[in-house]
Write a protein that binds this ligand. Structure first.
Ligand SMILES: *[C@@H]1O[C@H](CO)[C@@H](O)[C@H](O)[C@H]1NC(C)=O
Ligand SMILES: *[C@@H]1O[C@H](CO)[C@@H](O)[C@H](O)[C@H]1NC(C)=O
Length: 410
């Protein structure tokens, strides 16, 4: 007894020191760590506010990309137009240059396609009215820190202006995101557009033949026919019977990040879960995950979602930048002639069977004979959480997948 304890403690210590030495190779700077944390917190609040909005359907937001759009506002803003951004990210104490380099470091780290081995295309563009002239320094620094390019656009012909924005988004995502918006209310200011394509690559793939058609139940509505992929395996799982929900954790390629699913036991709208969803609650759930034999079924679908975040950011305290009479973007354009009229945050997400090779030896395991079910045939919340930086790469919900309406059986 005593001996086994010593051995297991030694193993744990070895594991801890291996983990620290691996991450110590390339530790995230202090200010980037703070910003990773605060962008995640901001992401939860933003998600909750958006989820409450009427007629809001599917949601997909990337807190680290939202933070970098805010960084752009701080870079071009002066006085309170800029300082409100730092307040929003609880980074008032962080010096300007560290603020920008920290956000840049974070985004570069989490979106590096080589080390991550998942597909994440992030394209950022700032559109300004044709009358504006962007300051050289701003253009240079926004490219450097936020990989943002610039374009002037005239809304005299609104339809063709919208077309050109949508065409840019489609082109820069290899056609995965065909549209950012159909309409635009305010066309007289500066506009930030994020056009993204994210495709998780599982650490262990699904078999491409283990796919069939099933029904996905939309609460108070109808059943949608979707493709579902199925597999068994060992995954982090926690069944919260008090709150009637379960959490599943599935590692993405090389375990650099994890996709988390939070699903109610029954078919219901998600507001009950969303009220609970904070970073603290998530951490508590994560601490209870146990490696469990699972039979997992997930929709194999594409989801395109676009949000204009301007009013949600205003709600959270970004009141100056979005106010035509108060905004000061003279670091962007050399004079006080701009305000932030829109922040389009658009993503195409694709769930597929692709991943690294499956460890087939697990099928010999006795434990896998009686797996628990995780059958995602009704709305759920999903998150992509990065291991090294602890940041949230995506938070969203699938309420209503695309697909043919089936005969209503509910
Ligand atoms: C991930 O790695 C695999 C195997 O090395 C490779 O075939 C695949 O193209 C990579 N995918 C991405 C998105 O990097
Ligand atoms: C913004 O303007 C202020 C005041 O003119 C200047 O001190 C600051 O360096 C500028 N910021 C950037 C990023 O150019």
């Amino acid at each position: 007894m005593w001996f086994t304890n010593v051995v297991s403690i030694a193993l744990i210590i070895n594991a801890i020191s291996a983990a620290t030495s691996a991450s110590a190779k390339n530790p995230l700077s202090n200010h980037a760590t703070i910003l990773a944390d605060n962008s995640a917190n901001l992401g939860f609040t933003l998600y909750q506010n958006m989820a409450k909005a009427k007629k809001m359907g599917n949601i997909a937001i990337s807190p680290v990309v939202v933070a970098s759009s805010l960084g752009l506002v701080a870079l071009g803003g002066k006085a309170s137009t800029a300082s409100q951004v730092k307040t929003l990210l609880k980074a008032a104490e962080v010096k300007d240059d560290q603020f920008h380099s920290g956000l840049s470091e974070l985004l570069t780290e989490v979106s590096d396609p080589k080390t991550r081995n998942v597909t994440w295309k992030i394209n950022n563009r700032l559109y300004g009215p044709s009358s504006v002239s962007f300051v050289d320094n701003f253009v240079k620094n926004s490219k450097k820190h936020y990989n943002c390019d610039h374009s002037k656009i005239s809304f005299k012909d609104k339809k063709s202006a919208l077309n050109s924005i949508n065409e840019w988004a489609a082109k820069s995502t290899d056609g995965k995101l065909p549209e950012v918006t159909k309409e635009m209310e305010k066309t007289d200011g500066a506009m930030i557009v994020n056009a993204m394509f994210f495709k998780p690559r599982w650490d262990q793939q699904f078999h491409h033949k283990m796919v069939d058609n099933r029904g996905f139940m939309v609460p108070n509505s109808y059943t949608v026919s979707v493709q579902m992929m199925h597999r068994t395996g060992f995954y982090g799982f926690f069944d919260d019977s008090t709150n009637k929900l379960s959490i599943l954790s599935m590692p993405l390629s090389h375990k650099k990040s994890t996709m988390l699913f939070i699903m109610p036991h029954h078919v219901e709208p998600l507001d009950r879960l969303e009220k609970m969803l904070t970073k603290k609650q998530l951490d508590s759930w994560l601490s209870k995950l146990k490696e469990t034999a699972m039979a997992v079924s997930l929709p194999k679908v594409r989801m395109e979602v676009s949000h204009n975040l301007q009013k949600y950011l205003e709600e959270l305290g970004l009141t100056e930048a979005v106010d035509k009479s108060k905004a000061d973007f003279s670091n962007m354009s050399g004079k006080k002639d701009l305000y932030l009229s829109s922040v389009f945050h658009a993503s195409a997400l694709e769930w597929d069977t692709d991943g690294n090779e499956m460890d087939t030896s697990i099928y010999a395991s006795e434990k896998l004979r009686n797996p628990k079910l995780f059958y995602a045939d009704h709305p759920f919340i999903f998150l992509v959480k990065d291991q090294k930086t602890n940041s949230i790469l995506y938070i969203g919900r699938m309420l209503r997948p695309k697909g043919e309406k089936m005969r209503d059986e509910l």
